[in-house]
Ligand binder design. Structure first.
Ligand code: AMP
Length: 420
């Protein structure tokens, strides 16, 4: 496996998988270009070396159909502006148009291919009517796998080198994220700078943490975070739980949680997590008090109660002041911090204080030398909302891929490059 830094792209055509799945407004203008900016170092390295770049991505879920609402044509201008360079566009990602444009690329030029997901082969999932037999389904799947291979092979044929810089889709075994890697030898496939830095930061946290290592897990439901929590129990010194998920734990102990979020099917599992944490010597914190409301809205009446004495008709929407103090102390004494998920309904101003304080503590710890990684959609949104983004060590915007990585899964897009 090569590294992008050491590779010389001079005279080479590189096909680069990026994540340009950016939000667009009704006029099809890019409203948040974070993901485009994130791909620029890799593309610039290729061009600065004297190579050319064929850039490919998906946008939205067109489900294998050509749909101009999801055309990467809408991104082309914004991309060119950020890059400071003309971008050539191919109206299809494969076929004669793409091939001709790819083959005539000169050193320093950039070609953007049309949305990969205009072809079912990208995701490799056949589209079938609901009522077909299992046998037909099986046959269609086998056929699609072959088509997907050919599609990936065609994309690969455009270039000398494959660079994957789309961590956000690394958990998908798609043509452009994984299958394509089979058509390049070891020296001619590599990660881009973005994936390298994501992996580097995640490794720092998960495999080589300075201690104490504290994970803060928040969000709505324990069910969506359970595998991550279990995986983290082998790694962390402190596990802070916040948000809606704690009420399943409180309920499991027979506490009164009023109308707070609860997943009755997970009560036993919650107790099991506590038991495992104790066995592994992990300090588990979910605090003692909670800010409760008499309705799920910002203007609702509020008060502080013990988190196991929530009156009927009330619901817990944020951590309380005592809990905040405890969490802050643990966080500020940590050397490594992983934060996923808000500890309250931070979107409502009156229930944002806990999440804001947690963010402040993460910033304070980072200032003292801790390494802090924030990941997962909502915690990133919270960190941005409170303006802490500049003062934490690393923010991962990867969403699903990050969560699967934290669960301990091997991501197909990563495996495809390192497995030889
Ligand atoms: P997740 O996507 O699982 O990380 O959940 C994030 C969401 O959890 C955010 O939209 C929060 O508003 C929500 N959340 C946090 N704390 C609570 C709570 N106590 N009750 C209900 N929802 C919550």
């Amino acid at each position: 496996m090569s590294t992008i830094e050491n590779f010389n792209f001079e005279g080479k055509r590189a096909i680069v998988r990026v994540d340009f799945n950016v939000p667009l407004n009704k006029q099809f203008e890019v409203t948040d270009d974070t993901r485009i900016s994130a791909a620029l170092p890799t593309i610039n390295k290729i061009l600065d070396d004297g190579g050319s770049a064929i850039v490919m991505s998906h946008l939205g879920r067109p489900d294998g159909e050509v749909n101009q609402d999801y055309s990467l044509r809408h991104i082309k201008g914004h991309f060119a502006k950020l890059l400071g360079k003309e971008v050539i566009f191919a109206e299809d990602c494969v076929g004669t148009i793409a091939k001709t444009k790819a083959e005539s690329l000169k050193a320093g030029q950039v070609l953007l291919l049309e949305n990969l997901r205009f072809h079912l082969e990208e995701e490799g999932k056949p589209k079938l009517p609901k009522d077909v037999s299992e046998e037909t389904k099986k046959a269609a799947k086998v056929e699609m796998k072959i088509k997907q291979k050919n599609f990936a092979k065609e994309l690969a044929s455009f270039a000398d080198v494959y660079v994957n810089d789309a961590f956000g889709t690394a958990h998908r075994a798609h043509a452009s994220t994984a299958v394509i890697a089979d058509f390049f030898d070891n020296d001619n496939k590599m990660f881009g700078y973005l994936i390298e830095s994501e992996l580097g930061s995640l490794e720092k946290v998960l495999f080589n943490p300075k201690r104490p290592f504290t994970a803060i897990m928040g969000g709505a439901k324990v069910s969506s975070k359970i595998t991550i929590i279990e995986n983290l129990l082998d790694k962390v010194d402190n596990l802070i739980l916040g948000g809606g998920m704690i009420f399943t734990f409180i309920k499991a102990h027979g506490g009164n949680i009023g109308n707070s979020l609860c997943e009755p099917d997970f009560l036993e599992l919650a107790l099991n997590i506590e038991k495992k944490a104790a066995e592994k010597g992990v300090n588990l914190y979910f605090g003692k008090d909670v800010t409760v409301a008499d309705a799920f809205k910002n203007e609702a009446n509020r008060k502080i109660t013990a988190n196991n004495e929530i009156p009927d008709g009330w619901l817990g929407l944020d951590i309380g002041p005592e809990t905040t103090k405890t969490f802050k102390k643990v966080i500020e004494n940590s050397q490594t911090i992983l934060w996923n998920g808000p500890v309250g309904v931070f979107e409502m101003e009156n229930f944002a204080a806990g999440t804001k304080s947690v963010g402040e503590a993460v910033v304070a710890a980072t200032k003292k030398g801790a390494f802090s990684l924030i990941g997962g959609g909502d915690s990133v949104a919270a960190v941005n909302q409170f303006g802490f983004a500049e003062n934490v060590s690393y923010i991962s915007t990867a969403g699903g891929a990050l969560l699967e990585y934290l669960e301990g899964k091997i991501l197909p897009g990563i495996k495809a490059i390192i497995s030889d």
